[in-house]
Ligand binder design. Structure first.
Ligand SMILES: *Cc1c(COP(=O)(O)O)cnc(C)c1O
Ligand code: SF4
Length: 342
């Protein structure tokens, strides 16, 4: 058997390509700097913050790296994955659980916050580490139901017949292998009152090979209607591989929507936001949400004021077809849905 070694154990030829890509991902600032032709100083000034070697380390898979412009320290994709010293700065109003998620844990691995739908934390693992992530401090090891086969979560779903839709989320639910995912879908299908399965995932964008034919086949023959919500913040994140992955879904009648986060330096301009919507629709993806950043500790440097966001969305509306303007929303703890800002 062919074995390539790297920092996360051997990569086996028998593994699927996406699993190999998970192992081959970049985990050190030194390697990231080398690959991008940047001085280490630009990636890791003063070796700040252990440069993301702490509880939320740097993690960039190679298919995503390939879309970052070489030699550009301000690249909008690089900024999303680069740990900086600003992460250590305390900002008023920014906390570890900014949207009070822990109080909505209905069962291990299940957040039931809104009527009719519940969100399953299928896995605590992600295929990329986005520095602005609102779940970056979430206690996954205690909260994902993976270890117990999601038993408690499935029991809760079965017992509450007001729930029509299950959202598979995380972390990223598609970091779980197909066989396990299929076993979970089998169990969800056995719950009579469920109608829809929604998959919240960044994998079609960061490792498009994850959308395997086996997975698509399983979803297509499901009794549940499947909807994908991918996560893409900038047009440069979409290349032909991403388009092909999306096509494997939409070509099998699985609708694909996108959610993005408004991020300073990444997409807080009219050109970036219209460019994103136009690129998405070219590959058959409908813009769904543009999220106001949740005030999570370590991400204050990404914040765009709501007034600026409103201005940008108004400009988008004046420029784009209505269906290309995402709903600009904010998560306000305690309310019955996300709050529409524009
Ligand atoms: C965002 C979210 C949902 C889904 O909300 P929609 O507005 O239906 O997209 C469901 N549950 C939780 C906990 C959420 O955070
Ligand atoms: S993929 Fe999603 S959950 Fe994972 S780090 Fe990025 S934003 Fe957070």
């Amino acid at each position: 058997m062919q074995i390539l070694t790297n920092s996360n154990g051997p990569v086996r030829a028998t593994e699927s390509r996406w699993q190999q890509q998970m192992k081959l991902a970049i985990r050190s600032p030194e390697r990231l700097a080398r690959e991008l032709d940047l001085p280490l100083d630009a990636i890791c000034p003063r070796q700040a913050n252990g440069c993301g070697k702490g509880s939320f380390p740097l993690f960039v898979p190679l298919p995503y790296l390939a879309r970052i412009e070489r030699g550009n320290p301000q690249d909008p994709l690089l900024l999303q994955v680069l740990p900086t010293h600003q992460e250590n700065e305390m900002a008023p109003g920014f906390s570890e659980d900014p949207i009070d998620e822990s109080s909505f844990l209905a069962a291990t691995g299940l957040l039931h916050k809104y009527l009719g739908r519940a969100l399953m934390i299928v896995s605590g693992t992600c295929a990329i580490h986005c520095r602005y992530c609102f779940r970056r401090h979430f206690p996954y090891s205690e909260s994902s139901g993976l270890a117990t086969g999601w038993q408690e979560a499935v029991d809760h779903l079965r017992a509450d017949n007001s729930i029509r839709e299950v959202i598979l989320s995380g972390g990223d639910p598609l970091t779980v292998v197909d066989a396990q995912l299929e076993a979970l879908i089998d169990r969800l299908e056995s719950i009579n009152h469920l109608r829809r399965l929604r998959v919240h995932t960044r994998l079609p964008v960061v490792i498009p090979q994850r959308i395997t034919q086996q997975l698509v086949n399983r979803l297509t023959c499901s009794t549940l209607r499947t909807v994908f919500v991918i996560h893409c913040n900038h047009a440069n994140e979409v290349d032909s591989e991403v388009a092909a992955a999306v096509n494997r879904l939409t070509g099998n009648s699985i609708p694909v929507l996108n959610q993005s986060v408004l991020l300073r330096g990444v997409n807080d301009s009219l050109a970036a936001l219209t460019g994103l919507s136009e690129r998405l629709i070219q590959i058959g993806v409908i813009p769904y949400y543009l999220h106001q950043l949740d005030p999570v500790a370590g991400a204050a440097h990404f914040q765009v004021p709501v007034e600026r966001g409103l201005e940008l969305v108004e400009q988008m509306r004046a420029t784009l077809s209505g269906y290309l303007v995402p709903r600009y929303v904010q998560e306000i703890p305690g309310l019955q849905s996300k709050t529409k800002l524009a």
